[in-house]
Design a binder for this molecule. Structure first.
Ligand code: F58
Length: 790
């Protein structure tokens, strides 16, 4: 395809699909025209993939996830189809700014963080590998809230990506299922019959996901909730217009908004409804597709693999049993066995408060038949394992992790450390009973988005050095190692980074009005705000460094820019305080005439995938500083290493594996190990002791308490300080000294720029294993027993 062809296709869409005269086209019109022109190129490989899957009788993988944090899709599709230069040239001809066109696309934030982004990387890898697969989720009208700061405080506003037409989706009016809630179970006949008293329609919207070089395309199918009847004509005719619209409003509520967390009590029932809604419609779709080609439902596991992304779709276990047993007439035992043969479950957290539990009462009132089946599954498990005290129902609650475990043939953790801890802690008893069930699949990230498109400068250098085979075979980055000795390569590597940093400095100046020096070290922590991720450890160290510079301003300090981004759950008060504190400290420090040559702090609002694509390529230092044992894996840590940032981190999650691969000498390790963390918590007054031993920490906490950053409101951070001095469950104080000292080593290392560049390049060369292609192959071989159809 030449750029003239692409231009002609765009002009055709602009004119005939959107009725716009090119003379009056807005950037948004150009973006839509380009999207449709590109989408046209995906449809053929998409159809081909479906035909091949049918013809070859291939096993299909179904990835059920409450979240798909896909971000923008246009550039991804263009890059995968190899049309980047073509599109750039087409717009140059038209005199339209191509970058502006790409940036006009709304960032689809249908997820909270790592779990949702992992699902999106997996979609890209599944298509690249040619594994026949569907992603199934919810078509939220409003994705994750938009974040801004007012006087340093987080303010949330609804996100509205769907207010404008979505270029990538195809509505499928023919694919719709009625999904019920509530009601009762009639057990008078031979089979139990569930009679729900509330129904909504699940309507399908399909987005094609094209893989590298357009060789294969899978489908992301998102469900939107609609009323069974559009509106109540009787009420309308009576003049009750509000009442007439009520059924529609109620039904639509289910797919209205992505839950920003599960810390709020309200809306629990709605969240459970969302979970059942998308799981039930997906399973009906799966069974329908299976029965269109096969008749023996007992053999379903040969052709169907269903992955549960965390426990959010855990109701899939009882629902599939219900479909096979109640609706299709298989004996309960056969239904359970077939369901287990299809299902597998990924765990993403060990934090007790994040492990889903639903009150039995709520479950029984919303899903009465499922509650019965859960009891039966639990009893069957107890019977098969006599004398063991492990149940899915406990203290009036259904434990979704245990239920998922019982109904899955494989259960996986997302890093080696995390999988080990799963076996020792939350699932210890179940692991003893089923020692082959838990497996590890260390997370990965797609190199197409997280290197090729987001870091074109470095990608070009890699292409010029080793060719472009790395894009779908990332371990080939190791071929760079032999070039790192070469001065020319190292300089080019450094220049790629420097250029990304200049670009970020420009962005920060234009959006925040803050000047940052591209020659300073860019030290970046970007992720959801959570006490276990310890953004407050980072800001305490920043305060301590600021004080050190103030006391000795003439010393030759290593200039740093501390960059933060991330959202706090709206109901998570402590996390919101941390954001406020960082912003307060930033205001003070950035205005300090003595220190600002050496230290700047920037908190960028509204962290999302697009902002990550800007920040990661420009990072020198990646902050991965969670309390050991708490971060299941992390995936940002992989993106940074791949883009040539050095990590300062604890032995947590995938940091452990990153350090093993990039080499201990190219990674700044600090802090306690997971077993040390457990031991430290038993030490009386551990925080007080740590504070007494570190004058830097004592002073930083004292500054917060004395209102140094909050002259107008000295009490503002009293609770943060109290928490640090008291319980300090996440051991910020106990890890502080080790972190502070390591940061000073980082300072020293950064001063030897050539050695730093060498370490940075080694991080890139040795990060190939962290491709999500490798992860997906692991799932295909160890869990799904699925093959590529390419
Ligand atoms: C994350 N979990 C883990 N959960 O924290 C991270 O270590 C891991 O790398 C990643 O999954 C992928 O495995 C995560 O993002 C959530 O966002 C929950 C979604 C549902 C509400 C509560 C948070």
């Amino acid at each position: 395809m030449t750029h003239a062809d692409l231009r002609a296709d765009m002009l055709r869409h602009l004119t005939y699909s959107f009725g716009k005269d090119p003379e009056h086209a807005h950037i948004r019109d150009w973006r839509m025209a380009l999207s449709l022109a590109v989408r046209d190129r995906i449809v053929d490989p998409w159809f081909d993939a479906t035909r091949k899957t049918y013809a070859g009788g291939h096993k299909r993988v179904y990835y059920l996830s409450m979240e798909f944090l896909i971000g923008r899709l246009l550039e991804d599709a263009i890059v995968n189809l190899g049309l980047l230069e073509t599109a750039r040239d087409a717009f140059a001809d038209l005199g339209v700014d191509f970058t502006e066109v790409l940036e006009n696309e709304p960032d689809a934030a249908l997820g909270n963080g790592g779990l949702g982004r992992l699902a999106a990387c997996f979609l890209d890898s599944l298509s690249t590998i040619g594994c026949p697969a569907y992603g199934y989720g919810i078509r939220y009208e409003h994705g994750l809230f938009r974040q801004s700061f007012v006087d340093g405080r987080q303010v949330e506003e609804p996100e509205d990506w769907l207010l404008q037409p979505h270029a990538w989706e195809f509505q499928r009016p023919e694919a719709a299922f009625e999904i019920g809630f509530g009601g009762s179970v009639d057990e008078s006949g031979r089979r139990a019959v569930w009679r729900p008293d509330e129904m909504v329609v699940a309507a399908a919207y399909d987005t094609p996901i094209v893989g590298w070089q357009g060789r294969w395309a899978n489908t992301l199918r998102l469900w939107s909730a609609k009323p069974v009847r559009a509106f109540d004509l009787e009420s309308f005719n009576r003049g009750d217009y509000v009442g007439a619209a009520a059924p529609e409003a109620l039904a639509r509520t289910i797919s209205r908004v992505l839950y920003p967390d599960d810390t709020t009590e309200q809306g629990k029932a709605l969240r459970l409804k969302q979970e059942y809604f998308f799981t039930a419609s997906s399973l009906r779709d799966v069974v329908r597709r299976y029965l269109s080609e096969h008749d023996d439902l007992r053999a379903m596991p040969e052709k169907v693999a269903i992955q549960l992304n965390d426990t959010h779709p855990a109701i899939a276990g009882p629902e599939l049993v219900r479909l096979l047993h109640d609706e299709k007439g298989l004996p309960f035992e056969d239904a359970e066995q077939a369901a287990r043969g299809c299902l597998s479950y990924t765990n993403h957290t060990l934090m007790p408060e994040a492990l889903e539990r639903w009150p039995e009462e709520l479950m029984a009132s919303l899903l009465p038949r499922h509650m019965q089946l859960i009891e039966r599954i639990d009893q069957a498990h107890a019977k098969a394992n006599p004398g063991r005290k492990v149940t899915a129902i406990e203290d009036g609650e259904v434990k979704m992790g245990e239920l998922s475990f019982m109904m899955a043939h494989k259960v996986n953790g997302v890093s080696a450390l995390h999988t080990g801890l799963m076996k020792e802690t939350v699932f210890a008893e179940l692991n003893r009973l089923h020692p082959d069930r838990i497996v590890n699949q260390t997370n990965g990230v797609t190199p197409r988005r997280w290197l090729l498109s987001s870091n074109p400068g470095l990608s070009r250098l890699i292409d010029d050095t080793i060719g472009n085979g790395w894009v779908d075979d990332l371990e080939r980055l190791s071929e760079l190692e032999s070039h790192i000795e070469d001065n020319g390569f190292r300089e080019a590597f450094a220049e790629a980074k420097a250029s990304n940093k200049r670009e970020l400095a420009r962005f920060v100046r234009e959006t925040e009005g803050v000047e940052i020096d591209p020659d300073a070290m860019f030290d970046i922590q970007i992720k959801r705000i959570h006490e276990y991720k310890r953004q407050h450890l980072n800001i305490l160290e920043t305060i301590a460094y600021w004080r050190a510079i103030q006391e000795n301003p003439d010393r030759d300090w290593t200039p740093r820019v501390k960059i933060f981004a991330g959202k706090a759950a709206p109901g998570y008060v402590f996390a919101k305080k941390i954001i406020h504190l960082v912003n307060d400290v930033a205001r003070m420090v950035n205005d300090d005439p003595v220190t600002s040559r050496f230290l700047k702090i920037v908190y960028l609002p509204n962290y999302n995938v697009s902002l990550a694509e800007r920040l990661i390529p420009a990072a020198d230092l990646s902050e991965q500083i969670s309390t050991a044992g708490k971060e299941a894996s992390g995936t940002g840590n992989m993106k940074f290493a791949l883009n040539g940032a050095l990590t300062i981190g604890t032995l947590d999650g995938a940091n452990v594996e990153i350090r093993e691969r990039v080499g201990a000498e190219n990674f700044f390790l600090f802090g306690m190990t997971a077993p040390e963390v457990v031991a430290r918590r038993t030490v009386a007054n551990h925080a007080e002791k740590a504070i007494a031993e570190s004058p830097e920490l004592a002073r930083a906490i004292g500054d917060i308490e004395d209102g140094v950053f909050t002259m107008d409101d000295p009490e503002r951070y009293r609770d943060i300080a109290q928490n640090l001095r008291g319980a300090d469950y996440f051991l910020v104080c106990s890890d502080f000294s080790s972190y502070y000292d390591k940061q000073r080593e980082v300072d020293a290392a950064y001063r030897n720029r050539d050695e730093w560049n060498q370490k940075a390049a080694l991080n890139t060369a040795r990060s190939g294993w962290f491709s999500s292609d490798r992860t997906i192959r692991g799932y295909m071989n160890d869990i799904w027993m699925a093959r590529s159809a390419l």
